[in-house]
Structure formats: C-alpha cells, structure tokens
Design a protein around this ligand. Structure first.
Ligand SMILES: Cc1ncc(COP(=O)(O)O)c(C=O)c1O
Length: 446
C-alpha cells in the first residue's frame, strides 16, 4: 500500500469530512505540501490545482508575505475579543481598506470565519434592518435554485440544492427559491425578453409571497456551482424589482470577490450595487479562515438608530487579528501584481482554449463562465440536451481521468468546474485545458 493510501485509511478512522463519501475518500489524496499552483500528495505526486483549493487559494501556495504577516501578528497580538467595546488594529485597518475597494455605497463590515457564517450574518442583518425600521413582517429570503450559500442550517436553506437538504429536513420556514437564469436550460416564457425574463421570476415570487413578508434576495453574481453568468439585463432588473418592493439585495461574492471574474467585485460587470455583500475565500487566499458582510450606508444606518435593539449576533473570531493581517497582506499582493486584470486575461485564454478544444465535442453541451471561473457541461445528446444517466457517473470518471493526468479539479454530476489560481502562468492554463480535453476524450471518445 502506498503512503498516501495508508494515511487515508488512518484519516478515515479519525475524521468525518465535508460531503463525507467513504469510497471517494479512500481513493483520494492526502495533501502534504503546496507550491505555487501545485499540490503534492503523501506519495510525492504533484498535481496542478485547477480549483485553487475550493476557489480560495487565489495567490497560490508559499506566499512569504502572507506567512510573515500571520507570524508577525501572532507575535504582536494573537487574539483579543471583538465584542463591542473591543477591537484591534488589523480589523480596523481591514475595514478601512475594504471600504476603498468594494462598492461605493458599502463602507462598514462585520467579519466572520467563512462563507456560510457570512450568509447567516447577511440574513440576520436583513431581518434586523426591517425589524429596526418597523417592518417586522419582512422576514423571508429568496434565492436561486442551483445557488450555493453554505451549509450551516440557515445558509443551507438559502442554498438551492436539494441534495444539501435531504438528510437535514425540516428546513427553516421562510426560504423561497426561484429558477436559475441558466442560459442553456432556462426556458424564456413566450413573448418575454430573454435579457430580463429570469429576473422577472423574482418579482413573481415576491408578489406570490406578499412583498410585506420578503426581506432579502441573495444571489452569487456568477454561480460557483456551474459558473452560470446572467444575461446582460438581469442585474439591473433585479435592482429595480428589489427597490420597487423594498427588498434588500445581497451579492454573495464568496467566490467572485477579490478579482476572480476579472473585476474586483463581480457586480461591477453590470454596473449595479447591492445593499449587502458577502465575501470569504480569496480575501486571505485561503491561508487562514475569514469572511464577512459589507453593509451599505442604508443598512448600516439602522445600527445607529436611537432606540435600536442591540445586534445580538456574534462570533468569537469576528475580526480575528491574524486573519485580518493576512487579508491585508493578500490584498496588497492582489493590487501590486494587478491580479484582477490577470484573471481577466487568463480567463479569456481559458475560455478560448476550452471552446477551441471541446466546443465541437458531441457530448459537450455548454461551456460557460467568466474570468477564472469555468464549467464544461457534458450531455448525452447535444441536440436534445439530454443528460447522462447518473448511474454512469460520467462526470466523476472525467475528473478521475484528469487526476490521473496530473490535474485536480471538482465537479457536480456531469458539470466539470475549473477555477485556477489568479497567479497561474499561461502554460498552466494551457495544461489544464489540454488535460481536461484529454480526460473528456478518454471517457467519451468523440
Ligand atoms: C458563493 C458561496 N457562498 C457561501 C459559501 C460557503 O462558504 P463556507 O464553506 O466558507 O462556509 C461558499 C462555499 O463554497 C460559496 O461558494
């Protein structure tokens, strides 16, 4: 037995993992080292990390600046409470820095430890807002089928994937889902404008629920699971609908924030600003956990209202000084090395490469995404868009074939995801494209 296999056996006895799957786990990798865009397992085998971990290790492994920032901060102040009446310099500096970087109407922040906690915090901020302004019946949350917002109990309810619900029902009341704008499969109602038809689903849902009951619409600007990019007119219409019905609009930028789509924050592609935004992952390049919620001036104002109830929401590690120090260092690298622009340029290369090598494959139904987010959707029949029988496990086979050729990535069903680091070289992008192409052809000879 190899070292990797032996360690996985031990690991399996000791741990339960996220999305626990014993068979897949034991056939997996135990990672011991990361170097730039590569991961090295316990057998010493090297792989290109075509997913940047889980879309988070945007700056690659081994960045000295981040390591030094963490060590320096641990030496200076390892931890202090961030509960009201307490703060620390790095949290304050990060809040000020973010105010310069994000949407102009967002200038105050609440920090968390990751994406799911950020979703919970966004939901709580929306309900707190409406209770404080005297509209306590506005409590419902609307999100997209196919969207992912985390797996804590509340964020799981916002997540639009039944597989995440099944073992944990009943879900919390007050969560509503509308169809994904998926340009490949969404059927535009007869006579509707394809630019805005999917956005109008939101208005239909708000009216069906009763506007006086709806607090929040939360959406990823580009969906992580499937790399769905909305039509051009989508977000402008969403903004109008939210304003018309006094519903807060939250952008979940946990994946899209900090450059990945070729803009610092992704709603800038459409010139729209949200009322709330959340981030995690790329803010520290995954070196330490950190997430957060940005509050627009309109929402932040209620925190200062005379007579407002206290914000009884809290995390021990909110504003953790080490995480904030690493985030400041990561933002410095992002800006100094113009990595947002790099993501745009490399993204074009990635998408052009995939289209050139897989665009005509008889089992490739769609190739989509923006910047360094891409998905290849495999289908049984291109003309009918019919999917493969799940039992054939086509997607997992393709992922395994890519892994055997030295490229690690993820997928869901027959959707193959790619999300390489923003510091990838052109050669790395080309190798990812070539390897995924070979893997698809190995499983589905064209
Ligand atoms: C868009 C989005 N929101 C929220 C989350 C949940 O983040 P976490 O796993 O840090 O709780 C994720 C995780 O992938 C995500 O992609």
């Amino acid at each position: 037995m190899t070292n990797n296999a032996e360690l996985l056996q031990r690991d399996h006895r000791a741990l339960v993992h996220s999305l626990h799957n014993p068979a897949a786990h034991l056939a997996g990798n135990l990672w011991v080292r990361g170097e730039d865009c590569e991961l090295i397992d316990a057998d010493g085998k090297r792989y290109i990390d075509a997913m940047s971990g889980l879309w988070n290790v945007t700056l690659g492994h081994g960045r000295r600046e981040l390591v030094d920032a963490a060590a320096r901060q641990m030496g200076e102040l390892a931890y202090a409470s961030g509960y009201s009446g307490n703060s620390n310099l790095r949290a304050l500096e990060l809040g000020e820095r973010l105010a310069e970087l994000v949407y102009p109407n967002i200038r105050r922040f609440f920090f968390t430890c990751g994406g799911g906690e950020s979703t919970d915090s966004t939901i709580k901020a929306a309900r707190y807002y409406f209770k404080t302004i005297g509209k306590p019946t506005k409590v419902k949350i609307i999100s997209l089928m196919g969207g992912y917002h985390g797996a804590t109990l509340a964020s799981m309810c916002a997540t639009g994937m039944p597989a995440y619900w099944a073992s944990f029902e009943p879900r919390m009341p007050g969560f509503v889902h509308i169809p994904n704008h998926d340009h490949y499969r969404y059927v535009v109602p007869p006579g509707a404008d394809p630019e805005t038809a999917a956005a109008d689903e939101l208005e239909r849902a708000i009216l069906a629920e009763g506007p006086e009951t709806v607090a929040l619409f939360i959406i990823e600007p580009v969906l992580g699971a499937g790399s769905y990019v909305p039509p051009k007119g989508y977000f402008r219409r969403i903004r109008e609908i939210c304003d018309r019905h006094d519903v807060l609009f939250a952008a979940d930028e946990v994946i899209t924030g900090f450059g990945r789509t070729g803009k610092r924050f992704a709603l800038d592609h459409w010139g729209v600003t949200p009322d709330l935004m959340q981030f995690a992952k790329g803010i520290t390049s995954g070196y330490v956990p950190l997430g957060g919620v940005g509050l627009s001036d309109k929402v932040a104002a209620v925190f200062e209202r005379p007579g407002a109830d206290p914000w009884m929401h809290a995390h021990t590690y909110s504003g953790h000084p080490v995480s904030c120090a690493v985030a400041l260092a990561a933002i410095d690298v992002l800006e100094r090395e113009s990595l947002t622009e790099r993501a745009r340029v490399l993204g074009e290369r990635l998408h052009a490469g995939l289209r050139a090598s897989l665009g005509a494959h008889p089992h490739v139904g769609d190739i989509r995404g923006l910047g360094l987010m891409a998905t290849v959707e495999l289908v049984e029949d291109r003309s009918t868009k019919a999917t493969f029988d799940v039992g054939r496990k086509i997607g997992p086979q393709v992922l395994a074939a890519a892994r055997a050729r030295g490229v690690i990535t993820r997928g869901r069903g027959d959707h193959l995801y790619l999300g390489p680091p923003l510091v990838s070289s052109e050669q790395t992008i080309d190798r990812i494209v070539a390897t995924v192409t070979e893997a698809v052809q190995a499983v589905l000879p064209g």
